[in-house]
Design a binder for this molecule. Structure first.
Ligand SMILES: NC(=O)c1ccc[n+]([C@@H]2O[C@H](COP(=O)([O-])OP(=O)(O)OC[C@H]3O[C@@H](n4cnc5c(N)ncnc54)[C@H](OP(=O)(O)O)[C@@H]3O)[C@@H](O)[C@H]2O)c1
Length: 292
């Protein structure tokens, strides 16, 4: 990762709202840079720097948590009604702070179905699923909040502890074949490092409000599963045609197969100069294999 004289150091305090899979990876990494980090979850954790925030049960963090916060990252999806949990409960509080930066993790679902075509930030979002309409509304709400927000649109997130290997191990794998269907994906380390890269190079890069973070190689799910079986030295089960598998899939799983798009990372990787750690699922999954 290209890092100029560090703009991130112990003077910075990060508030990470929604310390799940991506939030905790990000927290761990910025802590290593010397920053102070406080994180939220919906239930009490042993970590003394973790606090409870739950918009649904209206548990709001103590105001002391916000003292000295310079950066905020929200990793919390829209609530059941489609509202943004953070803005619904904490917008005024966040606006009262002198924040340098706010990041919001969104999804590439807002682009809808491009029938396999590439899609980039200059394309008008065209959500297909109800949840993606909700997500786009949350993005708009963040943009209109007046906070110094940057939105990151993410495809399928994987990394050590959450990848095809776990699905194979837990016997939850379904090998489904659908002609010409591809998915985009991103390793959690690249989400974290891309955001840190943008923060570290903030003074020399033109600010972009919406940025896709995806790897270089959208591809079929079968290709990915086959690669994992090969690494494990096991034989992949015979693929089932999507039309036959469909009836056994949950509505949410089905919905992922109704959209087909290739997410472009040119803005991030060419215009802004970020170098991916894991350019494709092969290098990314090898990392998961070695760390699981
Ligand atoms: N997973 C993917 O493949 C994917 C793809 C594209 C975009 N995204 C989006 O990217 C973001 C991060 O993804 P992730 O997979 O890292 O998320 P994750 O592991 O599911 O973590 C979500 C976090 O949000 C918290 N949360 C959920 N509802 C909340 C509420 N009403 N009030 C307060 N906190 C709440 C959770 O609390 P607990 O810790 O208590 O559970 C958790 O810490 C999410 O917005 C997700 O929708 C995910």
């Amino acid at each position: 990762m290209k890092i100029s004289a560090s703009l991130l150091n112990k003077k910075n305090k990060f508030l990470i709202l929604g310390c799940g899979f991506t939030g905790s990876f990000f927290a761990k990494t910025v802590r290593q840079l010397g920053c102070t980090v406080v994180t939220s979850s919906r239930s009490k954790k042993k970590d003394p720097d973790s606090f409870v925030f739950n918009s649904e049960s209206e548990v709001i963090p103590n105001k002391k948590i916000f003292d000295g916060v310079t950066h905020v990252l929200s990793c919390i999806p829209p609530d059941k009604c489609g509202n943004d949990p953070v803005l619904g409960s904490l917008k005024d509080k966040l606006k009262s702070l002198s924040l340098e930066w706010v990041g919001y993790l969104s999804t590439t679902g807002v682009y809808g179905n491009t029938k396999g075509d590439w899609v980039s930030e200059i394309n008008e979002p065209n959500p297909y699923q109800k949840r993606s309409h909700k997500r786009l509304n949350c993005e708009k709400e963040w943009i209109e909040s007046g906070l110094p927000v940057q939105i990151f649109r993410l495809p399928g997130i994987y990394g050590p502890g959450r990848s095809t290997f776990e699905a194979i191990k837990n016997k939850k794998i379904r090998v489904i074949s659908k002609k010409n269907q591809v998915f985009s994906r991103i390793h959690v380390a690249d989400i974290t490092n891309a955001i840190i890269y943008l923060l570290q190079n903030k003074n020399s890069l033109k600010f972009r409000q919406v940025i896709n973070i995806a790897d270089d190689e959208p591809c079929s799910q079968i290709e990915v599963i086959q690669y994992c079986y090969n690494l494990l030295g096991l034989t992949m089960p015979k693929p089932i045609l999507f039309e036959d598998a469909k009836k056994e899939l949950t509505p949410i799983a089905q919905s992922f197969w109704m959209e087909n798009r290739r997410v472009s990372n040119k803005l991030l990787c060419e215009t802004l100069g970020y170098k991916l750690i894991y350019k494709n699922y092969r290098t990314g999954l090898k990392n998961c294999y070695l760390n699981s």
